[in-house]
Design a binder for this molecule. Structure first.
Ligand SMILES: C[S@@+](CC[C@H](N)C(=O)[O-])C[C@H]1O[C@@H](n2cnc3c(N)ncnc32)[C@H](O)[C@@H]1O
Length: 293
């Protein structure tokens, strides 16, 4: 019986390794385009003077502004259409929508820089680490991480969903890396957080910001956490931030052997403002942990 289980387990492990190798080599075939793009950004000086990490969830921000203006306009421009108390409810809802949009813009312009620093400060850097940023977007965390590893490297992986950030692309991340003078040690790859195109133990540090909430199901989160653990070398560190599902992620990581996985509430103005506006459903947490050596 035990022999049966052992052989089934080893067949599964072999198949997993095989799938992983196939996935990695298939992925390598597409990587040429990204190498050429990176090369172009390294050689071509960018016209931009300041790094631009884009507006997060631009369609949601626009919808909130439109709804806010609509509620305010109806409440003020049609004074006789509704009873006074309904009009005041309309005004309150309109202001609420506009405040939510303002809060999201505040996060995109200032908040995420502070969150990025919180993630990076949670790591004791030596300077030669191989870092992976899962869901790197336009390079917010990727580029700053590269600055912490003058003798190492930083890889960003993403599927570059267009709706996630305005102008979200591999090119935008590479352009920022060139602008910030770290292009020589930054690489980007296309890949899904749930099935990362890297071999086991490839990275010393795995980072991520605001990606977990983009995954639709508990199974997706389970896969992302397993993948983060798989590609981390023994003794390597994991740190990420999100405003949803972080308790579930900690539970998964502990179950999978990362015994020191924990989450810490992030303070800061935009986090508190978000908490108030979203009736306490919006709370940013930093999740950290180390893979058993
Ligand atoms: C809110 S953005 C955050 C980007 C970046 N980390 C930052 O803080 O600016 C979420 C990012 O996760 C990426 N993403 C979403 N689902 C993903 C998945 N399954 N695999 C890889 N990346 C994903 C999106 O394309 C997007 O770039």
């Amino acid at each position: 019986m035990t022999g049966g289980i052992e052989s089934a387990t080893s067949v599964f492990a072999c198949r997993l390794r095989l799938e992983c190798h196939v996935n990695v080599s298939r992925h390598r075939e597409n990587q040429g385009d990204f190498e050429a793009l990176a090369d172009r950004h390294r050689r071509k000086p960018t016209m931009k003077k300041v790094a631009d990490y884009g507006i997060d969830s631009p369609f949601m921000v626009i919808s909130e502004v439109v709804l806010g203006v609509l509620f305010l306009a109806i409440s003020f421009l049609l004074p006789h259409a509704f009873p006074v108390y309904i009009r005041w409810v309309g005004v309150a809802i309109g202001i609420g929508f506009i405040a939510m949009a303002a809060c999201m813009l505040l996060y995109s312009t200032y908040g995420k820089l502070a969150v990025r620093n919180t993630i990076l400060d949670s790591i004791s850097w030596k300077g030669d680490e191989r870092v992976l940023d899962i869901g790197c977007g336009r390079g917010l965390l990727l580029v700053a991480a590269a600055k912490h590893v003058p003798d190492g490297s930083a890889v960003g992986v993403d599927v570059w969903n267009r709706g996630a950030i305005m102008g979200n692309s591999a090119s935008a991340a590479l352009e920022t890396a060139a602008l910030e003078g770290v292009a020589s040690r930054v690489r980007v790859e296309e890949g899904d957080a749930r099935q990362l195109p890297f071999l086991a133990g490839s990275f010393d540090v795995v980072l991520s910001n605001f990606v977990v909430h983009d995954l639709n199901t508990a199974h997706d989160r389970e896969q992302m956490m397993s993948e983060a653990l798989r590609i981390l070398r023994p003794g390597g560190h994991l740190a990420f931030v999100d405003f949803m599902f972080t308790d579930h992620c900690v539970e998964i990581l502990r179950r999978q052997g990362m015994n020191d996985a924990r989450r810490t509430r992030i303070a800061g103005f935009s986090s508190w403002l978000g908490t108030v506006l979203m009736l306490s459903t919006f709370q940013m947490y930093l999740v950290t942990g180390s893979k058993e050596a």
